[in-house]
Design a protein around this ligand. Structure first.
Ligand code: MG
Length: 267
């Protein structure tokens, strides 16, 4: 048996097998090399592999991390800021947090809240950074060293509530409003990734992280002046323009170049 080592570029998933056990694994074609390592051990290239491979299609893919916080940067794309009543941030990002209870995996269902609460739930397809090591007061020039890899986030938003409330917690914080995954891809450049969001197969959002009004290294450095970043924390980098309402029965997909597709039904 050959012990795997982390390659420069690698795709990592977290999944549940048919016994209900949760593992990380390395994706190889249609198979996953099962690891008994923790997330931090994987970051440190301490891979524990006992020769088990599972078929990708035979397991339930989970959110790739269980973060201590999901940090969201808002209005980092000028066109999206304009369409949702904000202004592109040129000096400092607009900041909010999503609760861990909002997270769902690829293929999980986005559950629309009762129509008494909101009548305008929209998608926001985003690139998310997964932090690999603890950091505080990180220098901009070292910021990308703290990123273990990239994944995909759908920052589902009750737009009527984010417009009505003085802050975003309610409109962004409903259960299931945080699809995350399906995988973490290590070793890709987060600063030039194309994002395409479709609703029922029709393209609604198209952008690239190279269009952001603030740079990703700046955002990492900036947030680390406020809060310590922990391994597994997720930083959602903001959404390009084109977000629109979703209805029950819709199918939303966020595709990011070199990572994959995050797909969810709306219930
Ligand atoms: Mg967003």
């Amino acid at each position: 048996m050959v012990m795997p080592v982390l390659q420069k570029t690698q795709t990592i998933v977290r999944y549940q097998n048919y016994n209900g056990e949760v593992y990380y694994g390395i994706v190889e074609d249609d198979e996953i090399l099962q690891l008994s390592s923790t997330f931090t051990e994987i970051v440190n290239n301490e891979l524990k592999y006992d020769g088990v491979r599972v078929k990708y299609g035979n397991v339930k893919i989970l959110e790739p991390v269980a973060p201590s916080k999901v940090v969201n940067f808002g209005w980092t794309y000028a066109e999206h800021a304009k369409e949702t009543g904000g202004k592109a941030n040129l000096k400092e990002p607009f900041l909010f947090l999503k609760p861990a209870s909002s997270l769902i995996p690829n293929q999980g269902e986005i559950i629309l809240p009762s129509s008494d609460l909101t009548s305008q739930v929209e998608m926001e397809g985003e690139v998310a950074l997964v932090i690999g090591k603890r950091g505080k007061n990180i220098k901009e020039e070292e910021a990308l060293d703290y990123v273990f890899g990239c994944t995909i986030f759908n920052d589902v938003t009750a737009r009527d509530l984010t417009k009505a409330d003085p802050q975003f917690t309610r409109g962004k914080g409903f259960d299931t409003f945080g699809p995350l995954g399906p995988c973490i891809v290590k070793g890709i450049d987060p600063t030039n990734l194309r994002i395409v969001t479709t609703l029922n197969g029709k393209v609604v959002q198209e952008g690239n992280t190279n269009q952001m009004s603030l740079s990703i290294p700046f955002l990492i450095s900036w947030i680390s002046q406020v809060m310590t970043l922990e391994p597994g924390d997720v930083l959602a980098t903001g959404s390009p323009s084109g977000s629109c309402p979703m209805r029950s029965g819709d199918f939303v997909s966020v595709e990011v170049e070199n990572i994959g597709r995050l797909c969810n039904y709306v219930k």
